[in-house]
Ligand binder design. Structure first.
Ligand code: NAD
Length: 402
């Protein structure tokens, strides 16, 4: 239970979870988790990286992990953009807000230039603000990592607001899913998207906004020769196809992947390149609300941990930048020009093992057959809870600089 002092500040912060969404975040836990990720990349060793890097969607998940890798393994200066909410008298900030603060603080300690802008990355105002910052501080940009996950986007050209949906196409999809806090396996039926719901999802999560970032930046003359950009996609197994790859979000991801080809044309005269990297399924604020996927992830983590193949966002991003997107080296891609760091997830032996567990899993054997424990821990860690070394019984002053 939350405790308030006379000023209304929350003194003990606990996870408050409703329908797969955690409404609270722990400042000290978030800061410590950022430090843990920094320690991980430092222990792996330095890598060659572009030196002026913008991460759009920098505060959590793959964006935060890319930024940490670029700065602390690649010695890059970074500009980060995200949409987060600071603390109020009675509520903690969003986890990304604490993560950004911790990132900028650690970067300053290391003498690495960093700046974080908070606001709507889909807007032209934010793009222009980033252009101004780049001109004043760097002149030009070497790399843009595009890692937005959002349910809503207002198109700056038309003013129209689009909302994405996570639905199958054509017909309803019935499959097992979990309530990961109650640890219950239950069947869910997701109704099919109407024709009117497909386009908005593509508008929000497809490649239009990524393309706009690069086009406006090119026009403004802030892209350096040899500029590179990467965005993230997902494919996954057949059991999640109806709700993911062959659903509304899959249409958006196809559009994102295709937009890389258009970006390569725009970047051609700068010797620049755009890639989409297909990443592994991981617990993030975005992915934990997708139906069916959390059950698949719990089984996948069990199998991948047993085989010594499990990775989190930071391991994935370190591998992406140290082994795939290496400056001066050819970038290995699949037949659709995509980088694949979902290679271990999609290995035949891994998928075979997950599929066998999928057929057997029930609420009764969930703990034994899946890594539901790891899934829940990862979910709590995203919000700064369940982090080693944090005293969760300690009073927290929300405005204090931890
Ligand atoms: P996440 O929820 O952890 O991060 C999303 C980021 O976007 C946050 O920094 C948030 O602040 C920012 N954001 C959202 N709306 C914004 C706005 N209007 N303006 C500015 N910033 C905004 O998500 P994630 O899972 O790391 O997803 C990043 C990308 O990776 C997405 O394209 C996602 O589809 C892709 N991906 C995710 C997975 C997975 O399993 N999580 C797997 C493969 C690919």
């Amino acid at each position: 239970m939350d405790v308030y002092n006379e000023k209304g500040r929350i003194m003990i912060i606990e996870p408050k979870i409703m329908r797969g969404i955690c409404l609270t975040a722990h400042p000290e836990g978030c800061a410590r988790e950022v430090k843990n990720q920094i320690a991980y990349v430092k222990a792996q060793g330095k890598i060659a990286m572009p030196k002026r890097v913008l991460v759009v969607g920098c505060s959590t998940g793959f964006g935060l992990a890319s930024r940490i890798t670029a700065a602390f393994a690649g010695d890059a200066e970074t500009l980060g953009i995200s949409f987060e909410k600071g603390p109020s008298a009675k509520r903690p900030a969003t986890p990304g807000w604490y993560n950004n603060r911790a990132f900028d603080k650690e970067a300053a300690v290391q003498g690495l230039k960093s700046n974080t802008l908070d606001g709507d990355a889909f807007s032209d105002e934010m793009k222009n603000q980033a252009i101004r910052w780049i001109k004043e501080n760097w002149e030009q940009l070497d790399m843009l990592v595009y890692s937005l996950a959002s349910p809503v986007r207002t198109d700056p050209e038309t003013g129209e607001t689009w909302r994405s949906v996570l639905k199958p196409l054509g017909k309803a999809f019935t499959a097992q899913s979990i309530d990961f806090m109650k640890e219950e396996v239950k069947e869910v039926t997701i109704p099919p998207a109407s024709d009117e719901e497909i386009e908005p999802t593509v508008k929000v999560m497809g490649g239009e906004d990524w393309t706009r970032w690069i086009s406006l930046f090119k026009e403004a003359g802030v892209l350096a020769r040899g500029f590179r950009t990467v965005s993230f996609s997902y494919i996954g197994p057949e059991v999640t196809f109806p709700v993911y790859r062959e659903g509304t979000i899959g249409k958006a991801k196809e559009n994102l992947e295709e937009s890389a080809a258009g970006l390569n044309k725009i970047l051609n005269d700068l010797d620049g390149r755009a890639w989409v990297s297909v990443n592994k399924a991981l617990v993030t604020r975005a992915s934990s609300v997708i139906p069916v996927v959390p059950l698949y992830m719990s089984l996948l983590f069990k199998v991948m941990k047993e085989k010594g193949l499990h990775e989190g966002c930071i391991e994935q991003m370190y591998r992406l930048f140290s082994q795939r997107l290496v400056p001066g080296k050819e970038v290995p891609v699949d037949e659709k020009a995509r980088i694949r760091i979902d290679d271990w997830e999609m290995r035949e032996d891994v998928q075979q093992a997950v599929s066998e567990l999928w057929d057997k899993v029930t609420s009764e054997n969930l703990r034994e057959l899946s890594d539901i424990k790891g899934f829940r821990e990862d979910f709590l860690k995203l919000h700064g809870f369940h982090i080693d070394g944090v005293d969760y019984t300690r009073d927290i002053d929300l405005e204090a600089d931890l």
